[in-house]
Write a protein that binds this ligand. Structure first.
Ligand code: ARG
Ligand code: ZN
Length: 424
């Protein structure tokens, strides 16, 4: 074990290529650690430039990792030396991405969208379509729905929130703040958030109890630049970060991980100082206009803010603070009760199992994320939801399954909101 990790260190940095790239010949492995040593090896790999597309430290639970052709020999040697269960789940990521892209081109021809009226769950939308959609809702439901410009991305895309009320005109209600699309490639996240918006606005009668004493403030797409970038072509499909350029040792790499960029124990653990890494914390905390926007929203809502909910994919987790330490926050039993309520509601409805707990204890230690910051800023409950993964990459649920995943997500979110409303 010690010896194999020693060897691993020799490879540091050699594998960092968070740039547009061709994934020809890259593989995805599912790895299932059954001992603390095996889990430790996985964590070491994640710090050494292996891209874990879903990662947990829980023994017996699967993590998924991308292995490049150059990493393959080392990877196999290490997992075999540790005797760790590992299954090849994708033998050519490049081919999967190309296939998904071709299908997407087809769908755009078959299902063009005007941005007016309800969005279907038939495909993934662009930033512009999402903005048009919420603007349109504000026009159609002027007494209940309000849209506000809250910031601009690095590439000057507009960031807008939609505030959903019951239209009774009462000011200063308690607030549920939700966002999606922190990580570019997690396309199901904004899709799920759009469905929540649809339910609260179009299915108002059924959901009026969620809006009686609470307003919902929703930012459907935080990382607009990254999301758009990830739709530009096959080489960009796996993009995670924002798009602000950073130059490092003569090389320019793009973006910071917005979920490592918040100023609360910033860059202490589980983040990288290398601009070319996928978990780059940024040169300073709040170096990204997108995270500044979320921060300012959080502070402006904090005294009314009861729950903050941020939607990612994937892995089926409901995570609460802290992510910067294995300690638990003071009201962790409340957080646990809310997360458990969400997990149970989903399990009862669809059979999908969600694992819940503090993000350090369930996933891995990682500081500077928005959930920790929201809790620190004053939200009583703060939850990161990692949705169901599907498709050949995990980030690419086929469009035929969007409906299934967004309705499942809504069941969990609605149950958590009901619980929070009962508790606070
Ligand atoms: N997959 C998410 C990420 O890596 C999980 C964040 C969980 N929260 C935390 N504070 N570490 O960004
Ligand atoms: Zn994410």
């Amino acid at each position: 074990m010690k010896y194999s990790l020693g060897l691993l260190v020799l490879f540091v940095g050699a594998t960092l290529v968070a740039a547009d790239q061709d994934y020809e010949g890259y593989r995805i492995y599912e790895v299932i650690p059954s001992s603390a040593d095996q889990a430790h090896l996985l964590h070491q790999l994640s710090l050494q430039g292996y891209d874990f597309i879903s990662e947990t430290r829980l023994l017996g639970h699967p993590s998924r990792v991308i292995v490049s052709p150059g990493q393959l020999e080392q990877f196999e040697r290490l997992v075999e030396a540790e005797n760790m269960t590992h299954n090849l789940v994708n033998s050519n990521l490049g081919a999967s991405i190309a296939e998904e892209f071709a299908q997407r081109q087809m769908q755009r021809l078959l299902a063009p969208i005007t941005g007016k009226g309800r969005l279907s769950t038939e495909r993934y939308y662009t930033h512009e379509e999402i903005i048009n959609y919420i603007d349109d809702l504000a026009q159609r439901f002027p007494s209940r729905v309000f849209v506000k410009t809250v910031g601009w991305s690095y590439e000057k895309r507009v960031l807008k929130t939609i505030t959903i009320t019951n239209g009774d005109g009462k000011a200063n209600k308690k607030v549920i703040f939700m966002d999606g699309g922190f990580h570019a490639r997690e396309w199901i996240s904004p899709a799920a958030v759009l469905y929540v918006i649809d339910q609260l606005v179009e299915q108002f009668e059924e959901n009026a109890h969620l809006l009686k004493d609470y307003d919902w403030v929703i930012l459907p797409l935080v990382n607009a630049d990254g999301y758009e970038h990830s739709q530009t072509g096959t080489l960009a499909r796996m993009w995670r970060k924002t798009r602000q350029p950073y130059t490092y040792g003569g090389q320019t790499c793009y973006g910071a991980d917005p979920n490592r960029n918040f100023d609360f124990h910033w860059n202490e653990e589980g983040a990288s100082s290398n601009p070319c890494a996928d978990t780059y914390a940024g040169p300073t905390a709040f170096s990204e206009p997108e995270t500044i926007t979320v921060r300012d929203l959080m502070h402006s809502l904090a005294d009314r803010g009861i729950m903050y909910l941020t939607i990612h994919s994937y892995g089926n987790y409901l995570l609460y603070p802290w992510g910067w330490t294995s300690d638990l926050p003071e009201n962790w039993e409340d957080l646990d009760a809310v997360a458990r309520t969400g997990a149970e509601a989903i399990q009862n409805a669809t059979g999908t199992e969600y694992t819940y707990g503090s993000s350090t204890n369930v996933l891995y230690i990682a500081a500077g994320a928005s959930d920790d910051y929201g809790y620190y800023a004053g939200f009583n409950v703060s939850i990161t939801m990692e949705l169901t993964g599907a498709g050949s990459i995990g980030f690419n649920p086929p469009v035929t399954r969007i409906d299934e995943f967004v309705t499942e997500t809504w069941i969990g979110i609605r149950a958590m909101a009901e619980k929070v409303i009962e508790m606070y």
